[in-house]
Design a protein around this ligand. Structure first.
Ligand code: AMP
Length: 446
């Protein structure tokens, strides 16, 4: 299958050729013709599958077909994403794919000044990528008119619900015209996603690439059994021994991410941390340095890492296993993208044994176990409850009641109750909806 056969016009094909893509990915093969038929779509696609081009290319095509000498730019396509990083990245892709088209795009998210965003919107924008909170702030300040939206894309919808955005999403939907095409992308399909899809989508076409919750075949996975207190040492050892040049490390907490970064630096390994307590400028710089290769290790919390897209990222390390098994799939999806090989390594101590079991159950395979020489596990160490971040809450294994997801997905419980970081969520200052913001911010601030 070639891009030429998918019904895209020359200007779009040229932009794709510039990117060096030779063939569409499986999600693109499926989604492009269906979206061009103006159908609503419910797509199960993990990040790294090429889903962004999967929805952007046909959307651009349709926007151009209907581009009947519009007098001025107005928002005709709205893409909602859970995080700033993903929003920036999606908009960057849209800019690339639309470079030969007379369409304009912009991105808005919290944590940065609102005025430059207002100025950009004033000039006129056809395609807007946004995180929900800032979008509503801009609507509240009368800087946005969403009454002409023809396309709505919810990208990483599962993560938006995890982060407690459902109310914001509903508010946004109420601002849109009834007649529009809706595209919902999600890596997983919980009941709440199904409910959202039922309400939002009109006889959607279902697209699913890679089987749900299975980790990509191109990713080699391994577990190193190690004592908790020796994880930092083992990580430095592996990076040096294996000569890993570009490593994304996942940590459960911001504090942990900072501490690990310091230790790596002490070990002579260049590293930076990226999480919700860092300013947007610091996050952008860390990511740019990492992409450019001037930083060898990027240490990230789950939410901050969401949407990080680096071609051919070779190594992902779970310094700690995530307490939600699906997050494991998301995390290791950062490597092995678009058909490249990748390696995902998890450092697992005795406390995390049950998490590992849950993950293996979800991905339906046993992960290779490695005991590194010189890092023998001390059998006298007993398992302890796992410390979780978000305001120093502790959630013991017992609290999970044996179910991986119990008490974790609902933003009204442990994930959402840490208000200390709420004010540092995606939203800028000066908003009045503080109650729900603080509530959501705890997730976004991770
Ligand atoms: P996404 O799943 O949208 O985050 O895309 C993952 C990566 O795949 C991005 O770096 C894209 O630039 C890249 N990509 C998208 N489509 C293709 C394609 N047809 N061929 C090669 N790479 C692609």
């Amino acid at each position: 299958m070639s891009f030429q056969k998918l019904g895209l016009s020359e200007s779009i094909l040229k932009a794709i050729a510039d990117q060096g893509y030779s063939n569409p990915t499986p999600i693109q093969v499926q989604s492009i013709p269906i979206i061009l038929e103006k159908k609503d779509v419910l797509a199960g696609a993990q990040t790294g599958t090429g889903k962004t081009a999967g929805f952007t290319l046909p959307m651009l095509e349709l926007l151009m077909q209907k581009n009947v000498k519009k007098q001025k730019h107005q928002i005709r396509a709205l893409v909602l994403t859970p995080t700033r990083e993903l929003a920036a990245q999606v908009e960057n892709n849209i800019e690339i794919y639309s470079r030969y088209l007379p369409l304009t795009s912009a991105v808005v998210f919290g944590g940065v000044g609102i005025n430059p965003q207002k100025a950009k919107l004033k000039k006129g924008v056809d395609i807007l990528v946004a995180t929900p909170g800032r979008l509503l702030d801009l609507v509240g300040q009368k800087s946005l008119d969403l009454s002409r939206v023809e396309f709505l894309v919810l990208d990483e919808a599962d993560r938006m619900l995890d982060m407690g955005f459902i109310h914001d999403i509903k508010k946004v939907l109420a601002l849109l015209p009834n007649h529009r095409q809706n595209l919902l992308f999600s890596a997983t399909f919980s009941d709440s996603i199904k409910k959202l899809a039922d309400n939002l989508l009109n006889e959607p076409a279902l697209i699913e690439v890679a089987r749900r919750n299975t980790s990509a075949e191109s990713i080699a996975q391994a577990v190193y059994h190690v004592d908790k207190g020796r994880k930092k040492e083992l990580l430095s050892h592996l990076i040096q021994k294996e000569n890993w040049k570009q490593v994304l490390v996942f940590m459960r907490t911001k504090h942990g991410a900072n501490k690990l970064t310091k230790q790596l630096e002490l070990d002579g390994i260049s590293a930076a941390a990226i999480h919700g307590n860092k300013s947007q400028g610091a996050r952008t710089k860390a990511l740019a340095d990492f992409k450019a290769g001037s930083i060898r290790v990027l240490v990230a919390t789950d939410i901050a890492a969401r949407g990080i897209d680096i071609d051919q990222l070779p190594h992902v390390v779970n310094f700690e296993l995530p307490n939600i098994s699906e997050d494991y799939v998301h995390r290791i999806g950062r490597t092995g993208r678009a058909g490249n090989d990748g390696e995902a390594v998890s450092l697992v101590c005795i406390d995390e044994k049950d998490y590992l079991k849950d993950i293996e159950k979800l991905i339906k395979k046993d992960i290779k176990k490695i005991y590194e020489d010189g890092f023998d596990v001390d059998p006298s160490i007993k398992a302890e409850p796992i410390q979780r971040g978000r305001g120093g809450q502790q959630k013991g294994r017992g609290g999970r009641g044996g179910s991986q997801r119990s008490g974790s997905r609902n933003p009204n419980n442990s994930r959402g109750s840490n208000s200390s970081s709420g004010a540092r969520g995606q939203r800028g200052s000066g908003n009045s909806r503080s109650q729900s913001n603080a509530h959501r911010g705890s997730n976004r601030g991770r």
